[in-house]
Design a protein around this ligand. Structure first.
Ligand code: SF4
Length: 190
């Protein structure tokens, strides 16, 4: 089994999600079909908008489109892998969303996962990533990527393997607010 950024996002939200979904195999169907649907729409918009304007604005000297990348833990499809002027690389991800002055943690985590994959596959450093908000006229927002961000994602991946490999029942999230709207709240012992 290899993990996707969604596994990491769920684990960081609450480690017990990982346990219920992947050890006990209790799925969250609705959310997945919703994501798949949105994914298709974004793809169509992307084809229309894949222009070279980005190269100039972001200091891009080369780009690889639609990259499916893997390492020993993780796999993911990155919309664009950009090479920047300073010889670092950056993931760029399209979001079928409006930009409302704050970036969701989930979007950031996805970029951190991609940074890890890019560094291992291309052998270059990643210091930033970009989000393109399709519903805000393709506004491009830059996200800084620090070493500690990538490390956090790597540790999460190790923990997920530990939970799944050992049937380990992890601690609950510290944020009790999250439990209020959680799919698993009726079976979760707190
Ligand atoms: S009810 Fe709370 S602790 Fe249990 S899985 Fe949901 S978010 Fe995590």
């Amino acid at each position: 089994m290899s993990l996707t950024p969604s596994h990491i996002i769920q684990y960081l939200y609450c480690p017990r999600f990982t346990y219920f979904e992947y050890v006990l195999s209790i799925p969250q169907h609705e959310e997945k079909s919703f994501k798949a649907m949105k994914g298709r729409e974004v793809h169509d918009e992307k084809l229309e908008r894949n222009k070279d304007y980005l190269r100039k604005r972001l200091g891009v000297v080369a780009k690889h489109l639609d990259q499916y990348l893997t390492n020993d833990y993780l796999r993911g499809r990155v919309d664009e892998v950009l090479t920047l002027k300073d010889d670092t690389m950056a993931p760029l991800d399209y979001k079928f969303a409006e930009y409302k002055d704050r970036i969701f943690e989930t979007y950031k985590t996805q970029l951190y996962c991609y940074a890890w994959l890019i560094e291992e596959n291309f052998g270059k450093t990643v210091k930033k990533g970009f989000l393109v908000y399709v519903r805000s006229k393709h506004q491009v927002v830059e996200v800084a990527i620090e070493r500690e961000h990538v490390k956090r994602v790597q540790q999460a991946a190790e923990q997920i393997y530990h939970i799944i490999g050992n049937n380990y029942y992890p601690k609950a999230t510290k944020s009790k607010k999250r439990c209020l709207s959680c799919t698993y709240r009726n079976i979760c012992i707190r």
